[in-house]
Design a protein around this ligand. Structure first.
Ligand code: FAD
Length: 405
């Protein structure tokens, strides 16, 4: 039907693959496309291909609930998430593509003394670093988010909230498309329906290229940015990565008039909610408890999430849900990401963003490009190396949040 429209220009070109590239990025999600863009823009490397087995943004990039924030506890995390936040603030201008970044505020509800202590610890750490994060009383929380029930008789009463005002949301597929168009404009080859099935190495162990369903494509360097399928891809080069892949689900309601002004997260009750510009309530669930690559999840997980949403916001009890889906999230043992060189020369990996890497997209892509171009990390991603699982120098955001993460 779109063909009937005249004058539509393809946003990115779809060239035939060259015989060889300086850099091949495996995975056309936001992270991979962004890395290609920053390699071209900031490091002058333009002989690049992004190989995507399906369609751009068809992985977690187009399946997530788009919560953006940078209020993590540890310095290594604050480095990368705040770097990302600063890039979000100028991303639409930089890409000349409206990614609909909306800093409407992310409010994390505190339900008990433990939450309160943990959130205040985060607030102090964030403010020392220069990241905005503030404590709200229940009354202040309600003033910021009027649908909130702060009565003592609520099923899960709240005793306060942590608010990051610069946090918010962005339009997920615009992020993929914006990076794709901007990378393509700088000469990057974007090749969809191209599945990597093998990684080839020379006699010295260095990567030489990839096998794909479109034949062998040579590469001097390979960056893997394959989220839930990272272990599968890395196995092709004989590298084991400490990741578990499992489904994470989300769902949206029928469209409503604007009613919900910010993002609310309750880690304790396990529900995340915001309202999209189309009016749908966007609701995120907790991770399914089994490993899988199926991109669907158990019904009981999302019904449990809706129980929690209805307890927190009784006014939504009769709203109808329209769609639900799942993505495959790649979780590390410490729930922090990996951005690292690997034991294979020329092979770099960006993964482990798990349930929370959309917010990291521009920052992660920017620093992954630095790692690939210079063969050494930037100070902001140096802590995210693979080595930490051997040395024990973990960045334990899971323990810091003290919830299923
Ligand atoms: P992806 O977008 O998954 O891209 C990886 C790509 O690699 C895929 O397109 C895949 O097809 C491709 N690929 C895999 N194997 C191969 C191969 N062999 N050959 C070629 N291509 C291959 N994060 C937040 O910050 N905030 C949130 O609110 C949030 N909510 C979420 C809700 C859900 C339901 C889910 C599933 C995730 C959520 N996340 C959230 C996490 C976030 O979506 C991810 O961390 C982030 O989008 C990962 O981006 P990516 O580009 O690394 O991965």
């Amino acid at each position: 039907a779109m063909r009937a429209h005249k004058g539509w220009e393809a946003q990115w070109s779809s060239p035939e693959p060259r015989k060889e590239y300086d850099v091949i990025i495996i995975g056309g999600g936001g992270h991979g496309l962004g890395a290609a863009y920053y390699l071209a823009k900031e490091h002058g490397i333009t002989n690049i291909a992004v190989l995507e087995k399906g369609w751009l943004g068809g992985g977690n990039t187009g399946r997530n609930t788009t919560i953006i924030r940078s209020n993590y506890l540890y310095e290594e995390s604050m480095h990368i998430y705040e770097h990302s936040m600063k890039l979000w603030e100028g991303l639409s201008q930089d890409l000349n593509y409206n990614v609909m970044y909306s800093p409407r505020g992310v409010m994390m509800l505190s339900h008990n003394v433990h939450d309160q202590q943990s959130f205040k610890r985060h607030i102090h750490a964030n403010r020392l670093y220069g990241i905005d994060n503030e404590w709200l009383t229940p009354e202040q929380a309600k003033a910021f988010c009027p649908p909130l029930d702060i009565s003592g008789s609520a099923r899960y009463p709240i005793n306060g909230a942590a608010l990051q005002r610069r946090g918010g949301t962005a339009r997920h597929d615009a992020v993929a498309w914006g990076f794709a168009r901007a990378a393509s404009d700088r000469g990057v080859h974007i090749i969809q329906n191209c599945e990597v099935t093998g990684i080839q190495r020379g006699p010295d162990g260095r990567v030489t290229g990839v096998d794909t369903n479109r034949g062998f494509i040579g590469a001097k360097k390979i960056g893997v940015s394959a989220a839930g399928h990272t272990t599968v891809v890395m196995q092709m080069a004989g590298v084991r990565v400490p990741l578990q892949s499992s489904p994470l689900q989300a769902l949206v309601s029928e469209p409503l008039k604007p009613i919900f002004p910010c993002v609310v997260m309750s880690n304790t009750v396990h529900a995340y909610i915001s309202q999209s510009d189309k009016g749908e309530l966007v609701i995120g669930a907790g991770t399914d408890q089994y490993n899988s690559y199926s991109q669907t999840g158990g019904l009981q997980i999302i019904t449990h999430t809706l129980d929690a949403i209805c307890e927190l916001f009784p006014m939504f009890r009769r709203v109808k849900m329209m769609r639900s889906w799942g993505g495959i999230v790649d979780n590390t043992p410490d729930r922090s990401a990996i951005q690292s060189k690997t034991p294979v020369p020329g092979l770099y990996v960006n993964c482990g963003w798990g349930t929370g890497g959309f917010k990291a997209t521009p920052g992660s892509a920017n620093l992954f490009a630095h790692l690939i171009a210079r063969d050494e990390p930037h100070k902001f991603n140096a802590g995210l190396n693979l080595d930490r699982f051997r040395t024990g120098r973990l960045i334990d955001e899971a323990a810091a949040a003290a919830v299923a993460h």
